[in-house]
Design a protein around this ligand. Sequence first.
Ligand code: NAD
Length: 486
Amino acid sequence: MNEFKHFINGAYVASASGKTFENRCPVDNSLIGQVHEAGREEVDQAVNAAKAALKGPWGKMTQADRTAMLNRVAERINERFDEFLEAECRDTGKPYSIASHIDIPRGAANFKAFSETLANHPTEAFKLDTPDGLGALNVGQRTPKGVIAVISPWNLPLLLMTFKVGPALACGNTVVVKPSEETPATTTLLGEVMNECGVPPGVFNVIHGFGPNSAGEFLTTHPLVNAITFTGETRTGEAIMKAASVGLRNISMELGGKNPAIVFADCDLEKAVEGTMRSAFVNCGQVCLGTERVYVERPVYDAFLKRMKEQVAKLKLGRPEDPAANFGPLVSLEHRNKVKYYYDLAVEEGATVEIGGGIPDMGEEMNAGAWIEPTIWTGLSDDARVIREEIFGPCCHIRPFDTEDEAIQLANDTEYGLAAAIWTENSSRAIRVAEQIEAGLVWVNSWFLRDLRTAFGGAKQSGIGREGGVHGLEFYTELKNICIKL
Ligand code: NAD
């Protein structure tokens, strides 16, 4: 049985209150650990440790030394790969075959990529002409913002948390992380790695707990937190934005999505099917960038739907360690209840269930877990709730369209704007359509092909701000202009 404590000032500490909550594995709902729940006291300790560390050796370190240290963190995660993999898969139930390709390597890469990108970014300088002819030199200086609160979700726990912690530390900040209550393991383990790599105490802190009236709220309302970076649901983002307004703290928000895919008749159908299968079903559909609405040009609609159903039927549900499994359970029974609610709602709203729609029989032990069938619907109207609300499960609705304009209008008919995928072999059309899609990320003939140097974030209700590459500099640093009269 694991015991997950907070990681504060370089040491693991229990909650003073002794309060803990259960950590269960979604594969069979078995109890795998007890997690300490932070009260105001632990949150205060963590934030104060982070504040103090800004003035310690970390604050005096050169950019080159910091980069080397963060590269070492990336290497150490890779050296302890199997431990991270096992911890992540136990918490989430996801197949090793997926986490070993995405979660853990990308979790490590976030430390290397951002420290190198940010270290190599040039400083801004402008020479200003002045009446005396001597001029003035303007030099931009970037300084760390201070203590950054990092609040992360459960779907890609290590990857999404390090996507924030990597650039935050690369810019010289210190962090207090609150991982999702569902997935405390890899964030806790990262504390050990920080110590092994010589990261000074107080630079990386972890507190566990829930959102409202718990660690999340205590952290986001703490007056010594300088900025808050959050990944999670849009409604939670609204609550955090309110908390951040006190003291006018900066925020960065990566929120929900209801992402469309547009499949044109001139696409490579096999590639479109393969890509849409991944975008709708990988990680049991629990990917913010995942596709839940698929629009297919009428001449290839029947063929596309048929191929998708054939591929869904081949998905292999199984335990994380089963090498043949490519489909795990949802993260928790609570989330399964939410997804199943939408499965039932789809039927009420008049959907044709093309495949799936229920809870699979996984055998005695696993039937206690959070399993759900991968599902395809057709026939829903464009204003159905299943079409408009984020489900965050392994499901998509497929609908035909007749013209390019119609496809664009349908894709944009949502309050969200995170990601979209376009499938066509006509590059002029690809660019024309991509330019009109209201989203932060558009993929053409691919999905989730990520270059960490590029901007990441959502439009509309899918987020505020951009991170990734040098874009993180805007959030994680203060840009000071120093004007020197010559
Ligand atoms: P969630 O919003 O329920 O929780 C995210 C985190 O916020 C958790 O750590 C939770 O404890 C904390 N939290 C909840 N209420 C809080 C409060 N009032 N104050 C402070 N913290 C609080 O999200 P989730 O269910 O863990 O994750 C799924 C959601 O995340 C989906 O909507 C998905 O689209 C979104 N997501 C977005 C991206 C992106 O990059 N845009 C990436 C992954 C997930």
